[in-house]
Design a protein around this ligand. Structure first.
Ligand code: UDP
Ligand code: MG
Length: 192
């Protein structure tokens, strides 16, 4: 198993690149944001729990998110690996992830961060908001809140894996194809 965390701020291109990476490497794509949106779309108890946080650009509480991730992993135990997109978002989630993988005789292979300039993030998100229908992409103050939550709560996750020698950064500016080729070169190096 090769489990990869695709990391980076909102708008850094995780979802777009994750779709290509799972095609290339046969991994299972797990996007906690997509899972929450599906739950919200079906108006499940979990979706109702997550909705208020998401609409404000806050994080859903760790135990809710970790429980949902764990269920997803156990639904698909026999895959070549997981590609985690948008998770972990806090150091507590990172610790939980390491523990739950270890309990299944697995581990995180690497964290790969997409590095994108702040102004570019905001314009990509506003552009996405015009077509995605996502209310959290349509309001610049909510976007700024998500970026600030990212800097304060999520960025330390990079240091957590960096301290274990497992964090790598890829330039996330440029065309989708250019960025994909940087990412796949990084993954190829890691898998060797
Ligand atoms: N979210 C969360 N925990 C997660 C994933 C998503 O709390 O593990 C919430 C959070 O409110 C976030 C929103 O869902 O702003 C959208 O997440 P997604 O990953 O889709 O956004 P992205 O960062 O990719 O724009
Ligand atoms: Mg996303």
């Amino acid at each position: 198993m090769f489990n990869v965390i695709l990391f980076g701020p909102p708008g850094s291109g995780k979802g777009t690149q994750a779709a290509r990476l799972v095609d290339q490497y046969g991994l299972l794509h797990i996007s906690t944001g997509d899972l929450f949106r599906a739950e919200m779309g079906n108006n499940t108890p979990l979706g109702r729990q997550a909705k208020d946080y998401i609409e404000k650009g806050e994080l859903v509480p760790d135990e809710v998110t970790v429980g949902m991730l764990e269920n997803r992993i156990d639904e698909f135990p026999n895959v070549p690996g997981y590609l985690l997109d948008g998770f972990p978002r806090t150091v507590a989630q990172a610790e939980a992830l390491v523990g739950l993988l270890r309990a299944r005789d697995q581990e995180v292979g690497a964290l790969i961060a997409l590095d994108v300039e702040e102004q570019e993030l905001i314009s990509r998100l506003l552009l996405r908001g015009q077509s995605s229908g996502r209310s959290d992409d349509q309001d610049e103050s909510i976007i700024r809140n998500r970026l600030s939550v990212y800097r304060q709560e999520t960025e330390p996750v990079y240091n957590f894996f960096n301290a274990r020698g497992q964090a790598f950064t890829v330039n996330g500016m440029g065309s989708v194809e250019e960025i994909f080729s940087r990412l796949s070169r990084q993954v190829d190096t890691l898998k060797k």
